[in-house]
Design a protein around this ligand. Structure first.
Ligand SMILES: Cc1cc2nc3c(=O)[nH]c(=O)nc-3n(C[C@H](O)[C@H](O)[C@H](O)COP(=O)(O)OP(=O)(O)OC[C@H]3O[C@@H](n4cnc5c(N)ncnc54)[C@H](O)[C@@H]3O)c2cc1C
Length: 343
């Protein structure tokens, strides 16, 4: 029996692949249900450094009937604001796919759970394993903090990002409304202890811009973990956010979680070195994220909101989908800069 701790995307993706090869798998989840960390918030599927449509990625491991029940909505239009200007970007191809996290029937976590169960994976809720083969227990080292408001509202669909040092230092804020359901998220990497104040200020800004009426509000605060580890194996094989696998600038972590879970599973089934393969696949991307974050924080510290204006002016000449790809794509120069700045 192969034992895994954590029924998030990383643990369940690993379990699905292992069960596909007829091994017995048990996933231990310390909470009473999947997705408790996120409780209904929207997240955005994007494959770092790639133009691949994230929906195709999901299709490779979720069966069609399960995928069809999932909340999966493309984002074509993104508004980005700085202190003094707002620019609206449009892409014919989806920039991201919005998914829902949590335990509802249409959430990614439920889709993964149902897929795992359909393959015979045992999932034990409210429990943990003392010595799991795979550790998929989520973030450990707080590099940032995010506060989310999840609520019902009457306003039309929108995806609006704000970059402003006064509102979200070292991070950003966004409001995403789809079919009258909203997630407002404020993420900071500096002055993390003031997250509640920053979040409330951002909420006021969005309220003023959109005249937001909020109903059935749920608020949650989560740490964000990303780091570059020396090894992806300690007492267990480490996958997902507990291995620090997450984009250092934008916080995209779902692709890392699922892919590292699958890689760990394949390394057990086909007997290859997970640590070596994980490093080959993820390190260039993680280092790129680290360099992006270094410049983001450096320029914000020295030039404040002027930097965000310059960044937005630079971005408006680009195709938004390509921009996210190019920023997260490793290049020789970024890897070379990483060697100077380190983690
Ligand atoms: C506010 C916020 C917004 C985000 N937005 C995005 C986004 O838009 N796009 C994106 O790609 N990524 C996003 N991320 C990152 C993404 O959520 C994570 O990278 C992803 O959830 C990591 O998956 P995981 O399976 O490694 O960990 P988790 O999803 O955290 O799952 C870990 C599971 O392990 C369980 N667990 C913990 N300890 C134990 C234990 N001892 N025993 C058993 N079970 C245990 C937990 O209860 C949890 O269910 C966001 C993160 C945050 C905080």
């Amino acid at each position: 029996m192969i034992e895994i701790n954590g029924a998030g995307p990383a643990g369940l993706a690993a379990a699905i692949d292992i069960a596909n090869s007829d091994y017995e798998v048990c996933v231990y989840e310390k909470q009473k249900e999947v997705g408790s960390r996120f409780a209904g918030s929207y997240q955005f599927m994007f494959i770092p450094g790639s133009n691949t449509d994230a929906r195709f990625f999901l299709r490779t491991f979720l069966p069609n009937p399960i995928l069809k029940k999932m909340f999966l909505v493309p984002i074509h239009t993104i508004k980005i604001s700085t202190m003094s200007k707002t620019i609206e970007f449009y892409s014919i191809k989806p920039v991201f796919w919005t998914i829902k996290r949590g335990s509802s029937n249409d959430a990614l976590d439920t889709a993964l759970l149902n897929t795992a169960k359909s393959k015979g994976v045992k999932v034990k809720f409210g429990s943990t394993c003392d010595s799991p083969l795979i550790d998929a227990t989520g973030g450990k080292i707080p590099k940032g903090i995010a506060r989310e408001f999840i609520f019902d509202t009457d306003i039309d669909d929108v995806f609006h990002i704000i970059m402003d040092k006064r509102l979200a230092p070292g991070g950003y804020a966004y409001l995403c409304v789809i079919n009258k359901k909203a997630t407002l998220c404020v993420a900071v990497t500096k002055q993390m202890e003031k997250i509640v104040d920053y979040a409330n200020e951002c909420l006021q800004v969005f309220k003023e811009v959109y005249g937001l009426e909020m109903k059935n509000i749920h608020v949650q605060t989560n740490y964000v973990s990303f780091e570059i580890k020396d090894s992806y194996i300690d007492d267990s094989v480490c996958v997902g956010e507990c291995a620090g696998l997450q984009d250092g600038l934008f916080g995209f972590g779902m692709w890392y979680a699922i892919t590292s879970g699958q890689l760990a599973a394949q390394s057990l089934i086909n007997d290859f070195d997970y640590d070596k393969s994980a490093k080959a696949l993820f390190l260039p991307l993680l280092k790129t994220g680290r360099v992006n974050r270094y410049f983001y924080e450096f320029f914000e510290t020295f030039f404040g909101n002027v930097f965000y204006n310059v960044l937005l002016d630079f971005s408006k000449r680009k195709k938004i989908k390509n921009l996210f790809k190019q920023l997260t794509e490793p290049s020789l120069i970024k890897l070379w800069i990483y060697d100077f700045i380190g983690d």
